[in-house]
Design a binder for this molecule. Sequence first.
Ligand code: GTP
Length: 837
Amino acid sequence: MAKMRVYELAKELGLESKQLIAFLSRLGIQVKNHMSALEDEEVAKVRAAAAGKKEKNEQTDTAAEAPKKVDAAAIKDRENQGNQRPQPVGQKPAGQGPRPAGQRPPGQAARPAGQRPAGQRPAGQRPAGQGPRSAGQRPAGQRPAGQRPAGQRPAGQRPAGQRPPGQAARPAGQGPRPAGQRLPGPGPQATQPVAAAPEQTVRGEQRKDRQKNWERPHRVKEKEKLEQKVMASKQKKDKAEVQKPAGSQPPKQVKPIEIHGDTISVKDLAMKMNKSAGELIKKLMGLGVMATINQEVDVETAEILANEFGFEVDIKVDESTYDFIEEIEDDPADLVPRPCVVTVMGHVDHGKTSLLDAIRESNVTASEAGGITQHIGAYQVVHDGKKITFLDTPGHEAFTAMRARGAQVTDIAILVVAADDGVMPQTVEAINHSKAAEVPIIVAINKIDKPDARPERVMQELTEHGLVPEEWGGDTICVPVSAKTREGLENLLEMILLVAEVQELKANPKRLAKGTVIEAELDKGRGPVATVLVQTGTLKIGDSIVAGTAYGKVRAMIDDKGRRVKKAGPSTPVEVLGLSDVPQAGDIFHAVKDDKTAKTISEKRLAKKREEELKATTKVSLDDLFKQIQEGNVKELNIIIKADVQGSIEALKQSLMKLSTDEVRVNAIHGGVGAITETDIMLASASNAIVIGFNVRPDANARKAAETEKVDIRLYRVIYNAIEDVKAAMQGLLDPEFKEVIIGRLEVRAIFKVSKVGTIAGCYVAEGKITRNAQVRVIRDNIVIHEGNLGSLKRFKDDVKEVSEGYECGIMIENYNDIQEGDVIEAFVMEEVTREL
Ligand SMILES: Nc1nc2c(ncn2[C@@H]2O[C@H](COP(=O)(O)OP(=O)(O)OP(=O)(O)O)[C@@H](O)[C@H]2O)c(=O)[nH]1
């Protein structure tokens, strides 16, 4: 029988497809879109759940009609109905009567009296008689809404949408497991190899299981703890309700509250429920969750919280998932193995770039400004005849956002830890990102060539963060390496292939391409250039594509080795030329059937974006005003970010927003690539924002507008400085002793190369003046390419102290000869500023 599609089931249940998708997701069934096929068991599960929900609603309605009849029996009833909500093991209070058949996992009833009071089982410990439960497995009926049942998608094993058929439909505990399928988790059955599998596969299988298990217990434990608390508080509440005099009715719920996306702030949730944020915070504290008013809580916590206040929650599927594109459902027969995509993560200077260099035998460290990787690059290498795609994510905390995104497109995370430095804050962050993205980690203990290298100490420290090395009986593969001497690199690549092998990574190369924009910038000669990772399908020259709000026809593709290619299959990184605009790093790109479709989608997205931006701007200013008046000292710091590349905007935005405190909330209201323009200043003026320029300058009109509108523009070349400044300003500590004053602007009209002397730039002073002691900044296409001291200033052959507007002069810049005709020179001096007391 043909499998039922989501839209068919939705029709049957009288729902919209979107509503059903959200409902499915709450049941832990992940589907791509309304065309996705559902397994029979899944359909049955949905039907049963829908019937249960309907019944529940009916009963709730009846209860609402006769609220005064709240008695112990009704509560018992409600408790029984409420079993769709999380019900942790051991939570059933004594005297509540039997649980309906099928809702207690076998073995649970057997807890001898007096062994432990209800709800006090330490999280993660399993009551006797239940048998070993693998990480992430929760007995049926205990899974909180929205959590995926164990076995549906084992941790780190497969990115969304690439589930092999058959596995998806088996929620834990439903029917016999087909032969050859393994249970997630340790135990003999977990390591059963496929018949006649080579030894390597067996080892891989073991690893796969271990990888699956490393992260679940923590999350499950947390969840169980929370659920236990919820149940305890619910019981307390029910008890209180029984004692309440007739007439004190529970609040009648009008309609379910809608939550869009994965998280919601406490403030927004409070508003939706018409409650004060304080009430929610108090309740959260009662549940052991410390949160501030602006803090985001995940939908599951929000649902538990809302239920606590008597509200049902309707989780809306993020509209942007669709974004006017119909997802294509792959025929399993078309799926073929694809190379794995690896992200290298780790603390700053632990050797990520060096390691990648060593692997692909090239050297990019030398070309990186200041030796710090600032943008994501992607490369492919071949080992043992198999391809591996590496994403080179930057290491500094400022790039947390990029790193997080990197992990989302990756199959394996390589955690680089320097053997002489050990686990550092960003190492821990990287571990958390990988765990959150359910990506398996391979640890590369780098710099083992160094005399002070202590790999054992690194392993010890990793253990403290839940990564127990295989050598010590754990699941984490640790490979000692040296990017310098190349020792251990072969082994590392082998381990990557091993982990990749067990992941059974597949994609359909025959379909229209889809992937992620890794980085994008505006190139003067080539126009918008996007580095994309093709994740499924094959991207070809001439394909019409849409990436975020940008669209176009693929004019040329360049691979990681700089070669022009005609097509790029799954897991291939390529630079794409031909887009109308610079897409955002992290945007999903799709190849579509023709130009017209691409253009239409782009236009629709643009209109939506504009609408959202407009909404956000109006909201921010009005909201701020009201809140500031109401709460007195609550301030909002609005920021507009302009930078040379999209990746920096994202990095800055994330870092700045993270500086938000209870007193000051940082809002990045706008971000864009390119020079600071008059429009940016007008927006800043209207929304009382400051403008941060990273590697870009304001154009002449913008500077004038900023002066008139009194808008503060701050320009930086290093992300850390921008963050530090904002942080200091928020703490009231920013008292600059020196202030930069721009004294003139020069146009480079001719270049003279003099041997043994260097490059002399023949300039015209277009604005202000230039003095011999001034510092200069070389700007090309609105991007700062050099900053330094003036080497010499001449008029004709004479050294002069100053040249004024309207005159020509010859200048040399200290230690810099790469000046070109058409460049703009900005002359500035640093003026001392008296501190205000
Ligand atoms: N002795 C030794 N030095 C290494 C090794 N790997 C990297 N280094 C040095 O460590 C420093 C940092 O290396 P990078 O590769 O730039 O580190 P990174 O983690 O990419 O740094 P960011 O891009 O700044 O995050 C450089 O001076 C490298 O030469 C190694 O295996 N042995």
